[in-house]
Design a protein around this ligand. Sequence first.
Ligand SMILES: [Cu+2]
Length: 197
Amino acid sequence: MKKIVPIFVVTLAVLVLFNGKKYDELINARLQSTVAVCLEGESCGASASASASVSTLASAAPIKKVELSEGSEHIVKMLNSGDGGQMIFEPAVLKVSLGDTIHFKATDAAHNSVSMDGMIPSGASNWAGNLSQDISVVPDSEGVYVYQCDPHVMMAMIGVIQVGEAVNIEEIKVAAGNKKSSFMMNSERLDSYLSQL
Ligand SMILES: [Cu+2]
């Protein structure tokens, strides 16, 4: 009779192992099954080609990095509506050299350009234009600057300028993470802009 207990334990262990293996197989099978992605009018291929088209789709939108802007004078328009959406600076992401001038143009009225507190290189001078005012800014330090339009900052009407090397990018990313929750609309804009540097 004493042998019954060990046999029971061994049987139980085997069952647990077997079921565990089965469970893993189930999970693997589920992970391997891909959703077929087919274009209208085309026949759906085998699962191999379906998974291939899934990975193609996933890598189809790489982040486009902004090139160093040509020349030493750069224009940023303040717009009610642009290619990137409503209430927007255009271009919203700019890479320039130290000593370059950025001209903010009040193409549409009731916007301004104001450097954001805690989002410019340490020791750099801030700037603040009036509403509907064209201003020209010559950043005096290397690094990343984030600026806003005061009336539309809640709609993430912001812009990013990299002057020379992005020496303060880590600080800017931390500050951007904290700032994001204050945007009522377009909260993905700042991260998206920073990813283009
Ligand atoms: Cu504005």
